[in-house]
Write a protein that binds this ligand. Structure first.
Ligand SMILES: Nc1ncnc2c1ncn2[C@@H]1O[C@H](COP(=O)(O)OP(=O)(O)OP(=O)(O)O)[C@@H](O)[C@H]1O
Ligand SMILES: [Mg+2]
Length: 360
């Protein structure tokens, strides 16, 4: 199959193991994000794929060609890969056009220039072709770096935290543009980030790495967000509310009423995680749902604070009584939340948004 295959890759620096038996595939046209904490081995994995780090065990295959194994080591410049790292250094003494033409030394001058202009056009930088890097903003330099990396038509594209040098607004714009260019060019892409939202936005598949150099979960962004394999992965993708509950007759017994929990072991105590959007507040109790809202009884709560965060508000509250009495939670509600107008408030849990994990 076309694309990148890493098979049973191990890596150690001295006696410290960094990567443990990593195997995965990035098919042509797909973008795979490696997401994990600092120091878990993401850059090392990318450098091994590129050939900048010598493979110690396993094999690396690009488009069915073995580029590294126990006996083979194809050097980076012969792997037909493109890469873009955090410091996407352009050559300061070369114009934008010459920067992009630089990697096209195998072509004659005329077709090299044509190809470079075509890529600059794709990233919206054709009209700046004659400028020098110091005359460009960070985001513009990033786009030129993208054009330079893709101009030679790499079989594989490696990105290591490519947007971390950009401010928030520029970052989301450049990453949307980068994604569009990558998809148009149908290249297999492996990208490293430690920003879960960036991974959700960019990736066809996300691989979550743990601190032990292993892959904890692989899946489409929605799979990982909605079905995290463990608490660590669940927390990685955002704030969580938590409470503990006993499983009785296939249901969770909590201040929020009974919640179906078919998969949990009868009689055990489980930890229940809920994303802020998985809880709702209203001024009716659970017996009076409108049918479209979350099912199950509501817990009477005391509001602790409400902060407007743009188009939604973050509301903190405490459960008044019952098994989870005293427990604190936070939810996001659309618009602003007026503390002065409200009477009694009930919180309800949407059973589709909860994750259950056995108590360790
Ligand atoms: N050349 C090296 N020699 C010795 N140890 C190294 C070397 N390069 C990396 N390491 C160590 O290997 C581990 C993995 O490093 P790596 O750069 O792959 O992490 P990372 O996941 O990219 O982290 P970050 O998110 O901070 O960039 C770290 O503990 C690091 O200190
Ligand atoms: Mg790194």
């Amino acid at each position: 199959m076309q694309g990148l295959h890493m098979v049973a890759v191990h890596h150690a620096y001295g006696s410290t193991a960094v990567l443990n038996n990593i195997s995965f595939t990035v098919p042509a046209g797909e973008l795979v994000c490696l997401l994990g904490p600092s120091g878990c081995g993401k850059t090392t994995l990318l450098r091994i794929a590129a050939g900048m780090e010598r493979l110690q065990a396993g094999s690396v295959i690009i488009d069915e060609e073995v580029v590294a194994d126990a006996t083979i080591h194809v050097p980076p410049e012969e792997r037909r890969i493109g890469y873009m790292f955090q410091d996407y250094a352009l050559f300061p003494h070369l114009s934008v056009l010459d920067n992009v033409t630089f990697g096209l030394f195998r072509r004659d001058r005329v077709t090299a220039k044509e190809r470079a202009m075509e890529m600059l056009d794709q990233v919206g930088m054709a009209r700046h072709a004659a400028r020098f890097p110091h005359m460009l903003s960070g985001g513009q330099q990033q786009r030129v770096a993208l054009a330079r990396a893709l101009a030679p038509e790499p079989r594989l594209f490696l990105l290591d935290e490519p947007f971390s040098g950009l401010d928030t607004g520029m970052r989301s714009r450049v990453r949307a543009e980068t994604l569009a260019v990558l998809k148009r060019n149908n290249v297999a892409t492996l990208m490293v980030t430690h920003d879960p939202q960036e991974a959700m936005f960019m990736a066809d598949r996300i691989k979550v790495m743990g601190a032990n150099g292993r892959i904890l979960q692989t899946g489409a962004p929605a799979d990982i967000y909605h079905k995290p394999v463990d608490e660590y992965v669940a927390h990685l993708f955002g704030d969580m509310n938590m409470f503990e509950a006993r499983v009785e007759h296939g249901q969770l017994i909590s201040s929020f009423g009974a919640i179906a929990a078919d998969a949990a072991v009868e009689g055990t105590i489980v930890r229940v995680l809920i994303r802020p959007e998985g809880m709702t507040l209203s001024n009716t109790d659970g017996s009076n749902t409108d049918g479209g809202g979350p099912q199950g009884g509501g817990a009477l709560v005391d509001i602790l604070s409400a902060h407007l965060l743009g188009n939604s508000s973050l509301v903190r509250f405490r459960v008044r009584d019952g098994i989870n009495g005293g427990a604190e939670f936070h939810v996001r509600v659309p618009g602003s939340f007026d503390l002065t107008e409200i009477g009694p408030i009930w919180a309800r849990v949407d059973p589709d948004h909860i994750f259950l994990y056995p108590l360790a």
